[in-house]
Design a binder for this molecule. Sequence first.
Ligand code: BGC
Length: 745
Amino acid sequence: MTTNLFKNLCLLCIAMAQVVFCTAQKKTIDQKVDSVLKLMTLDEKIGQMNQYNGDFNATGPITQDGDKQNQIREGKLGSILNVTGVDHTRTLQQIALQSRLKIPLLFGQDVIHGYRTIFPLPLAEAASWDMEAIEQTARIAATEAAAAGIHWTFAPMVDIARDPRWGRVMEGAGEDTYLGSLIAAARVKGFQGKGLGNTDAVMACAKHFAAYGAAIGGRDYNSVDMSLRQLYEVYLPPFKAAAEAGAATFMNSFNDLNGIPATGNKYLQRDILKGQWKFKGFVVSDWGSVGEMVNHGYAKDKYEAAMLAANAGSDMDMESRSYIKNLATLVKEGKVKIAVIDEAVKRILKKKFEMGLFDDPFKFCNEAREKEQWDNKNNLAVAREMAKKSIVLLKNDNQLLPLSKQSNNIALIGPFVKAVRDNLGFWSYSWPDDTARIVTLFDGVKNKLAANANILYAKGCNINDSSKAGFDEAMAVARQSDVVVLSVGEASNMTGEAKSRSNLHLPGVQEDLIKAVMATGKPVIVLISAGRPLVFNWTADNVPAIVYTWWLGTEAGNAIADVLFGDHNPAGKLPISFPRTEGQIPVYYNHYNTGRPAKRDNDVNYVSAYTDLLNSPRYAFGYGLSFTKFTYGAFTVNKTALKANDKLEVSVTVTNSGNYDGEEVVQLYVRDRFGSVVRPVKELKGFKKIFLKKGESREVKFTLTTNDLKFYNDALVYDWEPGDFDIMAGPNSADVQKLSITWNK
Ligand code: BGC
């Protein structure tokens, strides 16, 4: 036997042993779940399906909802949300262990973009188009949260969002299904790390299932009405990607979908998620959403709501108390089968076993780990890296940026310069040392410049009021300076849950402040901090340099200073189109062509257009500049007539023809010219983020197969159709080169 053959045989044996071991382990967990289930009374089972918010206190007060601690002792609670800290979670877990069956509690929390260390908001991270970096920040968030006793994060939010009026647009990955699916998987992997049961892994929760991002008018909690094709093609794939990446749990959503609330929607939860996708985790409702089916007009009362939700596949009731109060009667009356309860409880117990909580309920209660993560400098360094990657350079006329570190008289103006918590944005925790820990823009710039640099400052105005009293001072400061950095935006509570807005213009008098400062004739760089695309047309037309800084988290100021002074060359690309005005919403790049497409941006001649607005968005999906210049050269394909099994090799040469080293996200789009149903004018099918040294060229290659051409046809079958295709490549969705091919069976 040759050494190689022997080696291969050994490897095969090891692999087989692993498979057998894993199956045995799996069986053991399933068997353990069954044996626990057999011991449980109906009330104990229903208790596992019940989740409360944690308004606890170690000394045990009676809350307005009754004495929760006793309810835990009686086995009436399976999970608690919003309880953190090793001490706190240990106290509650100890109470759970006083219950008859000693079933441990699950502690859930919204760890959306960090726990102790706050990373850029998810939409900003999406602008990095960097899956490794996104996975890494989720990894760190999980490590910090798990060290504080948390088992489960209610993230990632994978809702596609084409409407920036919707406040929760900040929480997802933007408008594109392809990018959103990759990011969904990266975040799930990041949260769950090497797998449930490790003390640095938390359970992920893909939310909000489904179509929550398409709330009519961008108004939070509103209804959603969409075709099944849209649902399958645009809104479901990121959820599928999260399930395939192993997401332990799903959360359903507040909205009704085509007339049926998602929480009571059997088609979504049983047929698609648990049926077609074979999802093995459990589904938690959104906050109170079981009970809210009464308001929807879908259930007469919470009794009926509990019946509808449980039968539809919602395994755990977050905070509506519909299950705990009604499921036992519903089972006795035969309206909810015991098999439905058993299935839900099994799913929940299985995760508790996988997390290792039956072996050691205090596995996540370790002071040393909690302490170590509390001040982890490495986590801050990653936060700074991610913040830099998330920044999008929108405009840079005459290479105003980067500034020289020798710049003296630099004026920092605007309500964000010294803002602290507004750098974090919605869904971030308050810690006692926030003021010392969060790096403001002012501090970031100060850290960057020599100690004797002259940094001038004026606030100018507040974020959102009508007073211009500070304008004179701001203009005076600008006049004394050589260059002005003007930092404006949205306060952190202006975008997020229940923060839908009909007016997306820069709040208050901030754009007037920009005009006033511009009137001094000084060179001005505007930084915009926000959780969503804002409208700022005057600024876009008149200010020479604009940087979109989103809400960048704990290290915001340092990261912005890294970009301002050229230590980092920005490479962020917008994951969502920026509208010219609210009336243009929804505006997204992958729309259909219509029967009367506009021929030019200002074409209004009986075509599909607004007569008072250009057709294009202000900034297109995928757009973002660099300090350097990337030139797209020869764009080629290996064949222009392909057969079913062929591969299309696309190649484009990109040259860094500017003055700095830098990164570029090369984007590939496809248009299916004719189909049994109409197809978008372009769809993202691939991208590569490359680094090119100044003067360097690289051939960037993509491979497509017919798998990449599939869509849901008129019979809702996912398949490709032969015919004509446009292949497009470029630096963003609006600026592409095009080649046409045919692809036949
Ligand atoms: C939100 C969820 C969140 C839950 C728990 C709800 O209001 O919609 O996304 O996970 O609250 O905080």
